[in-house]
Design a protein around this ligand. Sequence first.
Ligand code: FEO
Length: 399
Amino acid sequence: MRHGVLVADGVYWIGVNDRVTELFERQWPLPYGMAYNSYVVLGERTALIDTVADAEGMEYLERLEGVLEGRSLDYLIVNHMEPDHTGAIGEVVRRYPGIRVVGNKKTAEIYNRYFSGLGENFQTVNDGEELDLGGGRKLQFYLTPWVHWPETMMTLETGSGVFFTGDAFGSYGALDGAIFDDEMDATRYEDEMLRYYTNIVARYSGNVLKALDKVKDLPFRIIASTHGPIWRMDIGWPVERFRRWAAQEGEPGVVIAVGSMYGSTLTAAEYLARCLTESGVPRVILHDVSKTHVSYILRDAWRYRGLILGSVAYNTEMFPGMWVLCEKLRHAKVANRSVGLFGGASWSGGGVRKLKEFVDEQKGLTLVGAPVEMMGREVKSVADQLQGLAEAMAGAIAE
Ligand code: FEO
């Protein structure tokens, strides 16, 4: 029997790692796996805070039983209905038939769509409402819609100061034995946390800012997200990052993303990268959209103030991999970025024209310099224009 890990007096972590799944949501790579965190609060009555993606393998249910030590489970708090946290609900409710499932009005709507036969024990709570478990354990519920679904809420256990935040402050990456920030080099998770943010939550950045403002003065001392590390040594670390990312405050630097068929547009990108560096840009990252999954390009586009998109013309339109990137940037509502454009063509062009349409239609993007289109394969034919674009971009991101 494997037990959970003590988070605070009366609060236990019983999460699991998934090191098998290749793609989160069947689309985002998981090179370091994924952690699904779930927690148990023990008062005179007991509560489970969120579940995990599925009950398969039974490790999760064994941990739950181990922490309960023969006690019944009185409540299941559902902070978020996405299946990566509700996949084990069916099994939990079957094992603890007297359990009351707790969520808000919106949670109830979605819960009944997923678990139509398990709805009779649902208990609806309002924003700010408190559930007293006895024994000094009280749960307070704060509705934080769209972080990252409409029903999402956060739950504060007031006795211990543990704040169960759902997806907020979450990260890709399994937990390798260490689950608390002071047990690990937490900076190792920063790239994966930002990639998770941009892939999953970024579209709702306005709601993230509202949620952060709403909960900022609550008396929590431990942040217990449903993904990634538990923060107790430095709770400001994830809060400040999520705030900065939600506000789209880019760091000084430029990402070049390029789509190229035979290498000519890529060669132009290499020249442009060198021009940017010689123009004083402190960080330049070049991604080939045919080599690097869009998940990582989104992450870097969110990190830096400057973004340069380059596309070869593909049958008079932009290169397919670049189209996917632009669609993901649109969907995530990228903004506050200085954007430069370039591309290549052999006959009538079209890649740069389509990129320009994307920038014109996307609110919050500022076109920097003049778009550069290279006809044929000789970079020297546009070297001066690329140099000009690099200098304009260096000036824009320095402002
Ligand atoms: Fe981790 Fe939006 O679910």
